[in-house]
Write a protein that binds this ligand. Structure first.
Ligand SMILES: Cc1cc2nc3c(=O)[nH]c(=O)nc-3n(C[C@H](O)[C@H](O)[C@H](O)COP(=O)(O)OP(=O)(O)OC[C@H]3O[C@@H](n4cnc5c(N)ncnc54)[C@H](O)[C@@H]3O)c2cc1C
Length: 266
């Protein structure tokens, strides 16, 4: 089951002139606006020893885990060698499950990652979607400069921030009111949700292994050590950075080797 994160909501019921018809109107203060993303490591079975265990099975068999404790330097060297020469499969024998809450447009990009990932997302058919919406924070660069394929993002002016925030909030309020009205009119959730925008937050469990996570991080984060630069959208990068921090704690040798070898997945 996906965790239901309910937020208090105030839907105002309007009485029409005949005193009978009720049209739900979402009051502005009942919407929740967020600029951040949530990433929690909810379950894991992942360590550097899993990599060594898989890599050494052909020679050391069941002894491989003992080897790790005996000679940590050799273990570090082996992980680095596997990363450098792109022997990828030993990095698959582990598992990490993340709970992620982020705007739908992030999930749309996220789920393009097909290999080594499992997803379960909250349903807009089986539950009423909560009015939680994304508004870029003050530190989100707003202006794109340069030609396609070679552009940079620069700070927005205070006026631009105000314009974005005002337009998004107004649009979210309208769309959520339309959603609520359809539900009040007896329309099915799966139909009414068509009114909702991609700035709405969703939540999911995403399970991966170190190899598939490295591939994701190589594409969805910008990093000074990256041999092949990528230019991800900032909001999916925010998710990637939080996942990376969790993974680094679980598999420090693998993480160090990933960085030392240009952040290219093996
Ligand atoms: C900065 C950026 C901009 C992007 N812009 C766009 C865009 O404008 N439009 C758009 O549609 N997408 C866009 N994407 C998505 C991108 O094209 C990929 O779908 C996404 O990054 C997932 O990468 P992947 O296919 O390598 O990952 P996975 O699906 O996880 O695949 C991992 C690897 O498995 C192999 N593989 C998987 N499936 C196949 C297959 N069918 N055949 C052969 N090999 C396979 C490949 O080696 C692949 O790299 C963008 C991605 C990034 C990072």
């Amino acid at each position: 089951m996906l965790r239901a994160r309910r937020v208090p909501r105030k839907v105002v019921a309007n009485r029409s002139s005949d005193g009978r018809t009720r049209t739900p109107v979402t009051s502005p203060e009942s919407l929740t606006f967020r600029s951040d993303v949530t990433v929690e490591l909810v379950k894991s079975s992942a360590s550097d020893a899993d990599v060594l265990f898989a890599a050494r099975v052909s020679t050391a068999g069941e002894q491989s885990l003992d080897e790790l404790k005996k000679d940590p330097e050799r273990s570090k060297g082996l992980i680095n060698y596997l990363m450098r020469d792109r022997h990828g499969s030993p990095f698959e024998h582990n598992s990490m499950t993340f709970f992620i809450s982020a705007p739908i447009f992030v999930f749309r990009e996220f789920m393009r990652h097909r290999v080594g990932w499992s997803y379960n997302e909250e349903s807009g058919r089986y539950r009423e979607l909560e009015p939680v919406f994304y508004v870029p924070g003050a530190d989100r660069k707003l202006v794109q400069e340069g030609r396609p394929g070679k552009y940079v993002f620069v700070e927005g002016t205070p006026a631009q921030h105000e314009a974005v925030s005002g337009a998004l909030r107004e649009s979210y309020e309208q769309s959520y009111t339309a959603y609520q009205k359809m539900l009040a009119d007896g329309v099915a959730r799966e139909v009414a949700r068509a009114a909702l925008p991609v700035g709405l937050y969703s939540s999911m469990y995403a399970t991966c292994n170190a190899r598939s996570l490295m591939h994701f991080l190589g594409l969805r984060t910008q990093h000074e050590l990256a041999k092949v630069p990528s230019f991800p959208q900032r909001e999916i990068e925010m998710v990637g950075e939080k996942m990376e921090a969790e993974w680094a704690k679980l598999m420090p040798l693998t993480y160090a080797a990933f960085n030392a070898n240009g952040r290219v997945a093996p």
